[in-house]
Design a protein around this ligand. Structure first.
Ligand code: NAD
Ligand code: TDX
Length: 369
């Protein structure tokens, strides 16, 4: 006799659909509730979903923190996109919008910058942990078919330098920063909602994204926007830390596939097999821009700085047939072109609070060398 997993039993008891009729998520009438859709990756995902699923409708629920920007959604088909300004920690607001119906929730909303989490963790715990729980509860109450949690490779900590180990889905959780600890906690809550209540959940764990519309606090757009203005590039420590880079649209394509075809309760690592040392990334950006490598300025290291991230994406490749479309060279070229063409966007992002953040973080004004 087949034994039932607790989730299956719980799902059965609650009358939930554990084997979700996922074909509905490929359907032209699908309605997606997307949180954090005014940010870097969420806005790229909305563009992709609207393009790939004709007739798909999106509710974009975003608090518009410093990282959220409605300009990131310019040019999309607004008749299939509804923006709602709201906080994912606000049960009432989330519940009211979900009561109008949604087939799936894709949770991008988060405080996402490691350095800010080191300066102060409060907002990370609130949004990333409590906010995720609010969404899970609301998903159950509203009968949402599938919950996608956009997580990160950082929950698995740091790998030894120069060795042949990779993060797999079986790697233990060893988060090292308040940011990654909050994302790990969120994943545990997603797992608990699946196991205890039979909610249909899937998780993606991706590495360092790059591409258009990334807020210039992150390493790659910070380098681009500084170097384009002949300002120095702050490189933490010895600059030999390794990150595994992926073009944002390739990450979004993976999320879409996991939404439509991922196995319930599973996590999928997403990576483009593109490990690079920070110093090499800085040098290739400067070379591509025709700027001198002397713009690199070694600064004090990030406390607890993870040494190496490297993702084994075999599971998503073999189970779902996902492959990145961009190489590092084509992705970087597209990114550089976008920042060159959108200087007004960059200038706006670098104004206001950013100047204060930059001065605190780097001990110098943005714009000063
Ligand atoms: P981002 O900082 O650019 O955008 C985050 C968005 O969430 C913003 O639009 C912000 O306004 C919104 N938000 C923040 N707090 C909110 C709240 N309480 N309620 C509603 N909205 C809120 O982040 P990103 O780089 O686009 O990352 C998106 C997701 O992907 C995050 O969950 C992040 O942990 C994950 N992730 C990012 C990367 C990366 O390299 N950037 C890699 C792997 C995973
Ligand atoms: O000024 C800098 N100088 C520098 O050397 C900054 C901002 C970063 N760095 C280094 C630190 C990292 O080794 O560059 C590397 C990349 O830094 P970030 O862009 O801050 O990214 P990281 O800390 O690796 O985390 C990112 O990837 C995983 C995202 O910000 C997370 O949201 C995601 O989950």
């Amino acid at each position: 006799m087949e034994t039932m997993s607790p989730a299956r039993e719980a799902g059965g008891r609650a009358g939930l659909n554990l084997i979700a009729p996922l074909s509905i998520l490929n359907n032209s009438m699908v309605k997606l509730f997307i949180t954090g859709g005014a940010g870097f990756i969420g806005s790229a995902f909305i563009r992709l979903a609207l393009a790939e699923i004709p007739g798909c409708h999106v509710v974009n629920f975003d608090a518009l923190t410093y990282a959220g920007n409605l300009d990131n959604l310019s040019g999309i088909d607004q008749s299939r996109h509804r923006f709602v300004r709201g906080d994912i920690c606000d049960r009432e607001a989330v519940g009211a919008v979900l009561a109008e119906g949604a087939d799936a929730i894709i949770n991008f909303a988060a405080e996402s910058h490691v350095d800010r989490s080191i300066a102060s963790a409060d907002e990370f715990l609130r949004t990333n942990i409590l906010g995720t729980q609010v969404l899970l509860d609301a998903a159950r109450a509203a009968g949402v078919r599938r919950f996608v949690q956009v997580s990160t490779d950082e929950v698995m900590g740091s790998l030894p330098e120069d060795d042949n180990t990779f993060f797999t889905e079986a790697s233990p959780f060893e988060p090292n920063s308040p940011y990654s600890a909050s994302k790990a906690a969120a994943e545990h809550l997603v797992r608990a909602a699946h196991h205890t209540f039979g909610l249909d959940t899937v998780v993606t764990r991706c590495g360092n994204n790059y591409g258009p519309r990334q807020f210039p606090e992150k390493f790659l757009p910070l380098m681009l926007s500084n170097a384009m203005r002949d300002e120095s590039i702050p490189l933490y420590g010895d600059g030999r830390n390794v990150r595994d880079w992926i073009y944002v649209e390739d990450h979004c394509r993976a999320i879409l596939m996991v939404l439509q075809k991922g196995r319930t309760g599973e996590a999928y690592n997403v990576g483009a097999r593109n490990e690079r040392r920070n110093i090499e990334v800085a040098q290739s950006v400067l070379t591509a821009l025709g700027k001198p490598h002397t713009l690199i300025r070694h600064v004090k290291d990030r406390p607890g700085h993870d040494r190496r991230y490297a993702i084994d994406p075999t599971k998503i490749e073999t189970e779902l047939g996902w492959r990145p479309h961009e190489t590092w060279e084509t992705g970087l070229q597209k990114t550089i072109q976008w920042y060159a063409d959108n200087d007004e966007w960059v200038a706006r992002a670098r104004s206001g609070d950013y100047r204060e953040y930059y001065a605190k973080q780097y001990g110098t004004e943005a714009g000063a060398n």
